[in-house]
Design a protein around this ligand. Sequence first.
Ligand SMILES: C[S@@+](CC[C@H](N)C(=O)[O-])C[C@H]1O[C@@H](n2cnc3c(N)ncnc32)[C@H](O)[C@@H]1O
Length: 283
Amino acid sequence: MTRKDAGRSSAWQAARAAEPLLAEAGIEESRFEAEYLARTAGGLTRAQYFAGAPLDDAGAERFAGFLERRLQREPAAYLVGEREFRGRMFQVGPGVLVPRPETEMLVDIGLGAAEAGARIVLEVGTGSGAAAVSLAAELPAGSAWRVVATDISAHAILVARANARRHGAIADFVLADLAGPVGEADAVLANLPYIPSGEIDALEPEVSRWEPRTALDGGADGFALIRRLLDDCATRLHPRLLALEVGFGQAHEAAKLVKAAGASPEILPDFNHIDRIVVARWP
Ligand SMILES: C[S@@+](CC[C@H](N)C(=O)[O-])C[C@H]1O[C@@H](n2cnc3c(N)ncnc32)[C@H](O)[C@@H]1O
């Protein structure tokens, strides 16, 4: 700590003062969140933070801004402007869903499909592009694979393209309703909106107030878009495989829809043992 820094409050002190405010606003893990926001505002490592590094004026101002927004239950990822996914940082912000760790499973399925011979992998509803960009970045270089991703949101397509540039990943991002003009895919991955319309308002405020409705709303029963995509796959795209992310308690209903579309379903649990992915395989 320099002489100039003496007398300034440390990031740790600022975080400790913020912690009860966050808790009062209903934020779980208020200690961790206060630390994360203070460290990010000050550009500090954990070691610097715990060693009592001060927040300079700009850092203190940034922290105050973060805190004000977080108390309104805006997601922390929107405040800091990024979120980690499969070890890479992705630009996010209002207008795109914050990528969730369970969606990383879709990338593993895409990699497995490519290894088994799929050449064109399509992600439908790419949002920030986290899954498509990760897949493109993780496929062995110099190969003939092609990653294509769609979204109905023009803003999401811009963010996904920026994330692809950030990671030097080559993928085509297409503004489209579901698969839209894409005429060919060997494997399809999708984390489409699956929350029943009537249940969105009861979700935690970070989701219901801040994340885009078009990223959440799956129609009356949550399956409106999943049904349409299954139908498009079965009647027009004819991929070998479609992997669908679904919500808590939805996997068995999704498996029934997969069977009705002429495919064999497989249900895969996530790291919390929640049935999360339904894979459809056509003969
Ligand atoms: C649950 S979010 C998933 C985003 C991203 N794949 C992820 O996992 O972080 C669903 C995404 O599907 C997009 N979407 C909604 N309706 C769509 C449609 N009819 N066609 C294409 N994309 C759609 C939304 O804009 C949103 O980006």
